[in-house]
Design a protein around this ligand. Structure first.
Ligand code: HEM
Length: 183
């Protein structure tokens, strides 16, 4: 494992980063395909349908791995819940729970539309739902990226400690221009 997949081995049981790209790609793909269906050709609606199904399914799989990641992060970082940026995990969690919940609702709506053959009269409403879903997943994923790339959440604490000792100065929340307030 270490030789073939050193990147995966470094995750140390945290499979969250392996799964998160699927809901993001499928939700955004569903919007693009439904946009084409409404503006160009109805046949793209079938592609959008499957992308939304797969996006919701992969979102439901990714969601619990996020909670596991949050617990692993707190357990493996000696700073635990006081680690810089820990509050931001809750912000990211809220965005992603809302995203997945909307994905489930929209999937139910889509099943109803397709079953009743009501796409023509509901296509704009469905498209609007996908716009909102895509905005939510983009904003929530951004908060996830922020955890990793701004605060180093999930990064091996020993690496961060070594970098901190080498630089000899603290780059924590108190030096942030916004005071480290969760947004
Ligand atoms: C559909 C659901 C979710 C998606 C699509 C998602 C997406 C992301 C993304 C894009 C990142 C940045 C990773 C990177 O750039 O390498 C991330 C990191 C993270 N997310 Fe999520 N997330 C989801 C649910 C959750 C939930 C419910 C939690 C629970 C609190 C959570 C906790 C974390 C943590 C702790 C990180 C930091 C990196 C790590 O330890 O894996 N996520 N997530």
């Amino acid at each position: 494992m270490e030789t073939m997949f050193p990147g995966m081995a470094a995750l140390q049981n945290n499979i969250h980063p392996l799964l998160i790209h699927f809901p993001i790609a499928f939700f955004l793909g569903a919007l693009a395909m439904e946009g084409l269906a409404v503006l160009r050709d109805e046949k793209f609606h079938l592609v959008a349908t499957w992308m939304l199904y797969l996006g919701t399914l992969s979102g439901l799989v990714a969601l619990p791995t996020g909670f596991i990641a949050a617990n692993l992060v707190a357990a493996t970082d000696p700073r635990g819940h006081n680690a810089p940026g820990h509050d931001f995990i809750h912000i990211h969690r809220n965005w992603m729970v809302a995203t997945t919940a909307l994905g489930v609702l929209l999937t139910g709506y889509l099943i109803w539309i397709n079953k009743k053959g009501k796409w023509a009269s509901h296509r704009w409403g469905f498209l609007l739902g996908l716009v909102v879903l895509s905005a939510l997943v983009a904003l929530g994923a951004d908060r996830g990226g922020r955890l990793v790339f701004e605060f180093g959440t999930g990064v091996n604490p020993a690496v961060i400690k070594a970098a901190f000792q080498e630089s000899g100065e603290d780059h924590g929340n108190e030096h942030r221009s916004d005071g480290g307030k969760p947004i």
